[in-house]
Ligand binder design. Structure first.
Ligand SMILES: Cc1cc2nc3c(=O)[nH]c(=O)nc-3n(C[C@H](O)[C@H](O)[C@H](O)COP(=O)(O)O)c2cc1C
Length: 217
């Protein structure tokens, strides 16, 4: 697939077919992720493939943590997010709501509950980083994540990056027996997109370039 077509076409998938992703296909998209650039070529990422019983166990642990703790997601860590970014989140939810409504009653919290179960994807990749790496190295993790998602799209797979579930990072670490010095950075749900799932018909918008650009000359 043409790289430029791929990056414009990719979009988040939130409904998957119950069809396993062959191990060799997962290996290929993870190998594509390895070719991401990183500062000083440190390649600070590590990938965990989570499937089958391990995935069921992870979802159960996250749900149990949520039942017990009912945490709210606060990516701002208490700081005030500038209003334009808050508005973009609102726009996203305004846009996706009619598609979620088609799922029927009881799905108002679809994004939260869906994220906790990785939208029933047959495979989930967790990207982790060592806790002693400086936080700026998350940039490198993001580059690998983007490679992974674009490669998956080019190969007919759908993906959803899932950070919401990391509000229960302790439960995630316990479920996967991750050592203390390993930081879960991002989940990516991977599978074959369900072409008729209502929420998959949604496509998010983008700000104009004009609103995201300052020219210095
Ligand atoms: C770092 C990151 C974390 C995300 N976390 C979640 C999540 O927890 N749940 C979810 O449904 N989508 C999540 N998304 C998907 C975004 O909502 C989505 O990328 C955004 O709305 C733009 O839509 P698009 O991917 O279809 O272009 C995440 C995306 C990124 C990049």
């Amino acid at each position: 697939m043409d790289a430029l077509v791929c990056l414009r076409e990719r979009k988040t998938c939130r409904g998957f077919l119950p069809r396993p992703v062959p191990a060799d296909v997962l290996n290929v998209i993870l190998t594509d992720a390895l070719w991401a650039p990183s500062a000083s070529n440190q390649q600070p990422w590590h990938f965990h493939i989570i499937e089958g019983r391990a995935l069921q166990h992870l979802v159960e642990c996250v749900r149990q943590a949520h039942r017990e703790e009912r945490r709210g997601y606060d990516p701002s860590k208490g700081k005030t997010i500038p209003p334009q970014y808050v508005e973009r989140t609102k726009q996203l939810f305004r846009g996706i709501r009619p598609f979620i409504a088609q799922l029927g009653d009881g799905n108002a919290a679809f994004i939260e509950s869906g994220s906790f179960r990785f939208y029933d994807a047959p495979a989930v990749v967790l990207l982790t980083m060592h806790a002693h790496m400086p936080p700026v190295r998350y940039m490198d993790i993001g580059m690998a994540a983007q490679n992974l998602m674009l490669s998956a799209h080019a190969r007919g797979l759908g993906t959803c990056a899932v950070a919401l579930t990391l509000m229960y990072a302790d439960a995630v670490k316990a479920a996967l027996s991750l050592p203390d010095d390993i930081l879960p950075a991002l989940f990516i749900a991977v599978g074959y997109p369900d072409p008729v799932f209502p929420v998959n018909q949604f496509r998010s918008g983008r700000e104009t370039l004009e609103n995201c650009l300052t020219r210095h000359a």
